[in-house]
Design a protein around this ligand. Structure first.
Ligand code: 5AD
Length: 353
């Protein structure tokens, strides 16, 4: 069998069995061709249609705090970035975002933020309770980093049903190159397992093209995702931030991100897969390309306009146009232009996990 035949026979196996070995994922990544990408995108979109039809789910992303105790080497809101403008939304401001979002048609609110000690369990539980009773037909998703199992349980009991915590990389050695010594791969993985056991719809994910990443690390990520079977998976290109140690490192590409989106759709057919802001930032047609590679979720920004520029995870992070919740009608038009439709609804994961 030549290289190309081997590549397509792996793709056929992934299409039918929805799983591959680590080394096979590595082969798929190391031998990527435009023809393989087109074939994978085609099968991924077909599978997405079988499960989700032409529906694209929207989430209102509320960036509640730019304070963070962590010092991840890639991230613009890392603790040691003294140039980052720090802010914290009040519960009233967050509820106001939800009110506005509800009117715009959002039925999922994602509260995302740095690991900010102000948001202790008590305050968060109260806030989650207020959102759930004001908007009982909406889902609350949290994306607030690593916490204790007890804390995750309390937030779940208060009404949060989904949690996003990117694993960032499934390779321990690579994890250690992206994070300071005090952060641990084991603790990250422990959090993800706890979240899933507690009953959250759980999301993991990673950056594409992060420094030191090769086909081997990406194959680890894909294998981890296949085994973990998350309900959600967020991936986007790494984009350097000027005030971090990774300033000047090359960004990941839209093409590789789309290739990986297709593979993830095939490995976890029912997964909720966003075309992320980072993908829309490196490529103005990124959101469409993501959807046409198998993604089915978009997460426009619902934060107050006054803080949007302060939540700068990477340089030039997009927050206007279709990235803005206020422009959901523009987003709808763009999705319709590629044969999809934005729906008003909670957009839960389909299929058993
Ligand atoms: N480029 C792309 N994504 C980034 N994130 C953090 N910094 C960057 C960057 N420089 C991602 C991380 C994190 C999520 C909130 O944003 O994966 O989990």
């Amino acid at each position: 069998m030549n290289r190309n035949e081997a590549l397509f026979s792996l793709i056929r196996r992934l299409e039918t069995e929805h799983r591959l070995e680590r080394s096979e994922y590595e082969f798929l990544l190391a031998n990527r061709t435009p023809e393989a990408a087109a074939r994978l995108a085609d099968s991924a979109v077909r599978l997405r249609r079988e499960i989700y039809g032409n529906d694209v789910y929207i989430r209102g992303l509320i960036e509640i705090s730019s304070f963070c105790r962590n010092d991840c080497l890639y991230c613009g809101i890392r603790r040691s970035n003294s140039r980052c403008q720090r802010y914290r939304l009040t519960p009233e401001e967050i509820l106001e975002c939800c009110r506005e979002g509800y009117e715009l048609g959002f039925r999922t609110f994602v509260l995302q933020g740095g690991e900010d000690g102000w948001f202790q369990d008590g305050r968060l539980c109260k806030l989650i309770g207020r959102i759930r009773s004001a908007y009982p037909d909406c889902a609350v998703t949290l994306s607030l980093g690593e916490r204790s199992r007890e804390s995750y349980q309390r937030l779940f009991d208060a009404g949060a049903e989904r949690y996003l915590l990117r694993h960032e990389t499934a390779s321990r050695a690579h994890y250690e190159k992206l994070h300071p010594e005090e952060m641990s791969y084991d603790s990250r993985m422990r959090c993800l397992r706890d979240l899933k056991e507690i009953g959250y719809q759980t999301g993991c994910g990673f950056m594409v093209g992060s420094p030191f990443q090769t086909a081997k690390e990406l194959a680890e990520d894909l294998f981890f995702i296949q085994e973990f079977q998350p309900q959600m998976c967020g991936i986007g290109p790494f984009i350097p931030h000027a005030d971090t140690p990774f300033a000047g490192k090359p960004a990941g590409t839209a093409q590789l991100t789309c290739y990986l989106l297709s593979i993830i759709r095939l490995a976890v057919p029912g997964v909720l897969l966003p075309a992320t802001t980072a993908l829309g930032t490196i490529d103005p047609a990124g959101r469409e390309k993501g959807i046409l590679s198998g993604a089915n979720v978009v997460m426009p920004n619902l934060s107050p306009a006054s803080v949007r520029k302060k939540y700068m995870l990477y340089d030039n992070k997009a927050s206007d146009g279709a990235e803005s919740a206020q422009c959901v009608s523009e987003l709808s038009r763009r999705m319709e232009a590629i044969g999809c439709r934005v729906v008003v609804g909670r957009g839960d994961a389909r299929q058993a996990f």
